[in-house]
Ligand binder design. Structure first.
Ligand SMILES: [Zn+2]
Length: 325
């Protein structure tokens, strides 16, 4: 998400900027809201504004903003639970301790963002509380949480609470269209309707659909290179693709075959496969065959794009591919 995008949580961002301009920043903010509502985006926006040396904040042009955008600003510290870890332990606070009493590297402040604050165990929260009670002048904390109740009352009372709310469908829709200019309304609209105003959820819904089709393309490729003729012909029966899905599938298949062709020609820059997979498939085919496969996927795409019957087109492609293996 582009953090300068003011579309989401505009009111909260604007009031934060006012607070920053007035010089009355709190030492600790508790940012609460449903999963995917944009808590990290909000905290990143706020952190960027705090660290920015230009005007208006965040200016996006000064050296602080450039470092921030590159993910390498030395005064920004982000903590999150390890993958699959159920808790944020006191180790996090030990990490924070390493830098919090040092002067900031660039400007006047250091910003600490703690993601999934609801996963901090009691010990960690109590340790964190020490910083909140006697905060070093330079530190600003953002504790993100989807459950306010998971935080100790003492932690909450020391922080300023910022509550984020779901966005309108119109805002989520316009944002998705901007992020994915090549996606059609038929793809974007269901994600908007189902996301309940949570941009992060809309993104997941959209990508899930995509990742399923990607898995299908990979499975199909395994059947091609494994010379599984039965599978190639029966593959689409159970899939029941609509036109858009069929087109997505064929484009992925085309880019997968193109990768194998590139591996055959010993060039790099694979779009779909990892190098090892591309090279391994390339060993199992000839240049003439893989060229045919790529062209056949593309011609099926063009037929379906031109309103041909989806099942007939896909099955005919499977039979043609099978005949040259
Ligand atoms: Zn700046």
């Amino acid at each position: 998400m582009d953090i300068a995008d003011m579309r989401f949580n505009r009111r909260e961002k604007e009031s934060f900027l006012k607070e920053l301009a007035s010089g009355r920043l709190s030492h600790a903010y508790i940012v609460e809201g449903a999963e995917g509502v944009g808590k990290f985006t909000f905290a990143s926006f706020a952190a960027n504004a705090i660290l920015c040396g230009g005007e208006p904040k965040p200016c996006g042009k000064c050296s602080d903003c450039v470092k921030f955008a590159a993910g390498s600003h030395p005064d920004l510290f982000v903590f999150a639970p390890e993958k699959d870890a159920s808790q944020l332990t006191v180790n996090v606070v030990r990490e924070i301790k390493k830098s919090i009493y040092l002067m900031p590297n660039e400007g006047a402040k250091k910003v600490y963002i703690i993601r999934d604050g609801q996963k901090m165990n009691v010990q960690a929260q109590n340790a964190l509380l020490k910083f909140f009670e006697e905060p070093p002048e330079s530190a600003v904390f953002f504790v993100l949480t989807d459950k306010r109740e998971a935080l100790l009352p003492t932690v909450i009372s020391r922080g300023q609470i910022i509550t984020l709310y779901p966005a309108s469908n119109a805002d989520v829709g316009s944002w998705l269209r901007q992020m994915f200019p090549r996606k059609t309304n038929e793809e974007i609209e269901p994600a908007v309707r189902m996301c309940e105003g949570i941009p992060g959820k809309a993104l997941t819904l959209l990508e899930k659909r995509f990742s399923q089709i990607r898995a299908d393309a990979e499975e199909y490729a395994r059947a091609v290179f494994g010379r599984d003729g039965f599978k190639l012909i029966s593959f689409f029966k159970a899939k029941r693709y609509d036109r858009q899905k069929a087109k997505d599938f064929l484009l992925m298949l085309f880019s997968l075959f193109s990768d194998v062709l590139r591996a055959k020609e010993r060039t790099q820059n694979f779009a779909f496969l990892d190098t090892e997979q591309a090279v391994s498939y390339a060993r199992q085919t000839t240049e003439r065959k893989i060229t045919f496969l790529a062209e056949r996927a593309l011609s099926a795409f063009e037929e379906i794009d031109g309103n041909a019957n989806i099942n007939l087109t896909l099955t005919a492609m499977g039979a043609d591919i099978n005949s040259i293996l």
